[in-house]
Ligand binder design. Sequence first.
Ligand code: MSP
Length: 763
Amino acid sequence: MPDKFYLTTPIYYVNARPHIGHAYTTIVADAIARRQRSLGVDTWFLTGTDEHGQKIERSAEAAGCTPQQFADRVSQEFKNLWDRMGLTCDDFIRTTEPRHILAVQNFITLLRDRGFIYKGSYTGQYCVFDELYVEAPPGAPCPDCGRPTETVSEENYFFKLSAFERRLLEFYDEHPDFIRPESRRNEVISFVKGGLRDLSVSRTSFNWGIPIPGDEKHVVYVWLDALANYITALGWSSADDSKYKTFWPADLHLVGKEIIRFHCVYWPAFLMAAGLPLPKSVHAHGWLLFEESKMSKSRGNIVRAETILEGFGALKPDLPKAEQDLFGADALRYFLLREIAFGQDGNFSFDALVQRYNADLANGYGNLVSRTLSMIGRYFDGLVPYPASSGSVVQSHSFAVELPRTISTFAASFDALDFSRALETAWAAVAAVDGYLTANAPWKQPEGVSDEQQQALRADILYTAAEAIRIITALVYPVIPNAAAQVWSQLGLGDIRKADLKNLQWRGLKPGTKLGELSPLFPRADKETITRMSELEQKNAPAPAATPEPETAEPSPAHTSKLKSAIEGLAVAMAESTNETAAVAAFEGAIAETVRETIGGRKDQAPSAPVAALQPTPSGPEDATNLPGTRILPPAPATGTVAAPAGPAAPTLPEGKISIDDFSKVELRVGQIKVAERVPKADKLLRLEVDLGTETRQILAGIAEAYAPESLIGRKVVIVANLAPRKLRGLESNGMIVAASLEGGRPVLAGFLEDVPVGARLK
Ligand code: MSP
């Protein structure tokens, strides 16, 4: 067991208000930090906000304030929320703090002195949203996020990233646990193997950043600035670097999967160049999806954590507000860690949250605690009873025998960050204790059993149940800290934060202990809880603190989701060779409707919304209005409120046609098949692992009757890369292979006559 543990979350951009996607990472980090502390490990948990860069500068401008004012406001929102939720961050770094700015300047100076930074010039496409130079021709959208790119020509400082290709690969090889999970590791390794070019690490086209020492018209590239937070927050290069000396290197950087490259390629290369130790591990988790797509401000499909705190808080109207928040936070924490397989994407919905809460917390754990402790109150005056058998009888109950295994499985799963499995294990124990109580019915007195005998039996049963609850509570404390703390004190054990939860031995609960005051833990939630949360979310939907990101028109989430399910329907129909005609018709219908809603004017758009958000991309050869042979669409179904956007005439499209913008939403990429195998009990399905250059995807394709698996290995194919994941036969399919469908449904894979690089986008 290490004697210290340093873990971090990404620092969050302040251009968007916090939502439960951000809360997800911070909650996971909090659960890990709490477990480490409860095991007696000296723990440091860092989070914070990322406040520089063009994106923030523009958001502030649009909001009519300075970038600093803007950052102050949103950063405070993050901080307040983490406080409300009782998250135990040890430090909250802001990249606009002097302690960070000075240390970043020291870092740059160090890299320059060690010969890894030089001056050069660069012209390329820059994606402001991703804060990244991308490989794309002028005018083309960002290959990563599909948003417009800008041509930037600058004299820049460059970091010699190319010098680290071999060293990085060696490092990954020597440290197999550095990147987790395995699929992300493969993704990073193939990215580095594809070749690394020097990285531009300064900007002159805007000011909102940390000036490069000695050449102040340059500001530090926002990702270098941001990544350095992990050491600047510890006081690296400052007069007091004791925290740095104690805690660096980090034991765990937790990140969302979309920023793995920055953490596993750039960050270690910067540290190698600076001669500093590398973090021990970077673990990427999946995305929280809402309405089938990644929760993000730009899609407008966010859910705020405050909604859940308030929605659940209303179940305990008598509690002070701060305690209601902590109660709601437990419900959210439990759901996120139990429901989503860590590392995979997961869907969030209010229904699922309430269902999980009722099943596992209200009816499961909460009910078990309440029935056990109230019986101890009733039959033993609120004193933990003495088991008559000095433990020998209780030891023989199967779940008591199982408990050591529960403890070790829970620990192993939790420490491997498989939270869902860990909680499953703990809740299997809850169910076993519940079943034991029901089977032994301590409230009944069987015929022929004396009062004395019955009381001894009861003592045995209730001690056993209470002791099992103590152990389960100690295990689940990092996940539902507020409820666990209450149970701990109801068991008469005092403050759980001061308890030694390291050595959980059976019979640790002292008979004779006086129970604390009992109060209900998890009142049942109902439909009204769901309605309350949906209404709260709708009420708060327009985010007042932040401003729209620079984006082109997007369909509403409802239409994106409709379009996506139509595409998925098509994928499934193709995979299973069923119902193709209906699926194609649904697909075409959804596209036509989306086009009408997006380009022809949106129902849900307030007339005062920025005009730019309703307009197509600037007119040019691809502009829908300039396409030859356009036909006027019949007007959109009466909406009453929507006028055609001001400025250029509203574009119209021939019926059944889509614009170039719509097409560009479908991300087609070249992939190479690395693994192909049949799916058991599915004649038509193959399971493929397809290399997309930056990642390897599992895709299920209904081509088994046309292609032998082994004939596909190494073959380059066309993939629809941004299709929402879908489960077929219990396996997740992440994308679709494009194929012609010949008569009889025989698929013929699309391919290329010339050699094409893996990952290239088709447009
Ligand atoms: N500022 C950078 C990170 C710099 S770290 C040196 C950034 N910020 S961000 O605000 O976009 O936050 C990204 C992180 O927030 C993700 O990596 C993830 O941890 C979390 N999430 C944001 N939206 C999320 C979901 N919808 N689902 C899951 N996590 C999400 O990137």
